[in-house]
Write a protein that binds this ligand. Structure first.
Ligand code: 5GP
Length: 178
């Protein structure tokens, strides 16, 4: 079992890079089939989804564009607490068929925030593609349409996912073991 240590925390390999690469190609084929003849805008959520979005998009054969947005936290009023705002929109997405590309869906709070924003911007349709999904943690009702891997409630890193900003460059997914 491959192991690694980041900032004193120990992790062991959960999904090897060869499996990730193969699964991403399968997801892209599914999307190519489902959207045949249509144009799609992919919206990657930074920072974590940058590698997954790149590898997925490389395998898309549709007429397609990609853009990236980021969730920025700022302190709201004492009643609203921390507010998360989506920043970085540079495409007109009104009327578009959109696929949101996420690194991981955990509770689903982030996803819900993004889907609400897309509805405000009046997209024609929205589907979700995520590399990782934690079904036991998920608390929302939004369908997660394209899932790379369903994983237990472990803290994972690698392939874009970080621990304290590090480990995004690991080609495999690792889980924390202590
Ligand atoms: P949610 O809003 O679904 O609870 O959480 C989504 C966000 O939390 C992800 O985009 C990611 O930034 C972070 N997150 C959730 N679980 C993990 C994890 O296991 N590892 C890492 N590195 N980030 C996670």
């Amino acid at each position: 079992m491959k192991r690694t240590e980041i900032l004193g925390k120990k992790f062991e390999e959960l999904i090897p890079s060869s499996e990730i690469d193969a699964r991403i190609r399968n997801l892209a084929s599914e999307i190519n089939r489902d959207y045949a003849g249509r144009e799609v805008i992919f919206i990657g959520i930074l920072n974590g989804a940058f590698l997954f979005a790149a590898d997925l998009f490389r395998n898309i054969t549709l007429k397609a564009r990609i853009t990236f947005v980021k969730l920025a936290s700022y302190e709201g009023t004492s009643t609203t607490g921390t507010v998360k705002e989506l920043i970085g929109w540079n495409e007109d997405i009104k009327g578009a068929d959109v696929i949101v590309v996420e690194d991981i869906v955990d509770t689903g709070t982030t996803l819900e925030r993004i889907v609400d924003e897309l509805k405000i911007r009046k997209v024609a349709s929205v589907r979700i593609a995520t590399l990782l999904f934690k079904p036991d943690a998920y608390k929302k009702v939004i369908d997660v349409d394209y899932v790379g891997f369903r994983i237990p409630n472990d803290y994972v890193i690698g392939f874009g996912l970080d621990y304290e900003g590090y480990a995004r460059n690991l080609p495999s997914i690792y889980k924390m073991i202590e």
